[in-house]
Design a protein around this ligand. Structure first.
Ligand SMILES: [Zn+2]
Length: 225
């Protein structure tokens, strides 16, 4: 059963369907002679409804004639109160369920992961660059200890190469801006990985997990599947 009346605060039409409360129309559109619980509407099937005045003081018209209870259909004109507030049949129809498409967030999530992976790869390479000179120096040391004296110049060459690689490694480490880049990637992600409806950041949640929910956890708008 649906109860129809006036929202006392906003003076919109208030439609109560069990647990679901809806307000219809602009504020202050419902006159004061429509009571808070004015009529009830009960579906009688085949597009017919039984409209019933909920209080003897309430005034309800169907096609201009005052009624207490009457079976009506969409072709009937229902007016509430002495000022003949016209009850729109649109007000009674189920509100359209709005859905949001979060498909583009999949790309945002993938781009975020790819960018992070690129940085991790670079950091790994820089780390590797630091260990190469150690290997070269060790090899040089080994050669010079095993080899006869006339191979000593090779050891110097090895040491020189190790030094150059080490300096290059220092340079790469010094000029590396992966921390700043990581911060930038994170910021961009937080700006883009948001609900298209309410703009709330979805968190660092895998898209595949996100889409397992039915709706945005913040505005509750349902996802289009
Ligand atoms: Zn939302």
């Amino acid at each position: 059963m649906t109860t129809i009346g006036r929202n006392p605060n906003t003076r919109q039409l208030r439609i109560v369907d069990g647990q679901i409360v809806r307000d219809y129309g602009p504020a202050n559109s419902v006159p004061m002679d429509v009571s808070r619980k004015h009529v009830s509407m009960q579906s009688a099937g085949n597009g017919k409804w039984i409209i019933t005045n909920l209080n003897p003081n309430n005034v309800t018209f169907v096609n201009g004639i005052s009624i207490v209870s009457k079976t009506v259909s969409e072709s009937d004109k229902i007016e509430l109160g002495n000022s003949h507030y016209l009850l729109s049949w649109d007000a009674l129809s189920e509100p359209k369920v709005e859905t949001i498409d979060i498909g583009n967030l999949k790309i945002v999530w993938e781009e975020y992961n790819q960018a992070n992976m690129g940085i991790r790869k670079r950091q790994k390479n820089i780390g590797l660059l630091a260990s190469i000179p150690i290997g070269i120096t060790m090899l040089g040391g080994l050669l010079s200890s095993l080899a006869p004296g006339n191979l000593k110049p090779f050891a110097y060459v090895f040491t020189a190469i190790a030094l150059v690689v080490m300096l290059y490694g220092f340079y790469r480490r010094f000029t590396d801006n992966s921390i700043e880049e990581q911060e930038e990637i994170k910021k961009t992600f937080q700006r883009r990985y948001v609900c298209p409806k309410c703009g709330h950041f979805m968190g660092f949640t895998d898209y595949d997990i996100l889409i397992q929910n039915d709706s945005c956890p913040y505005c509750k708008t349902k996802y289009k599947k």
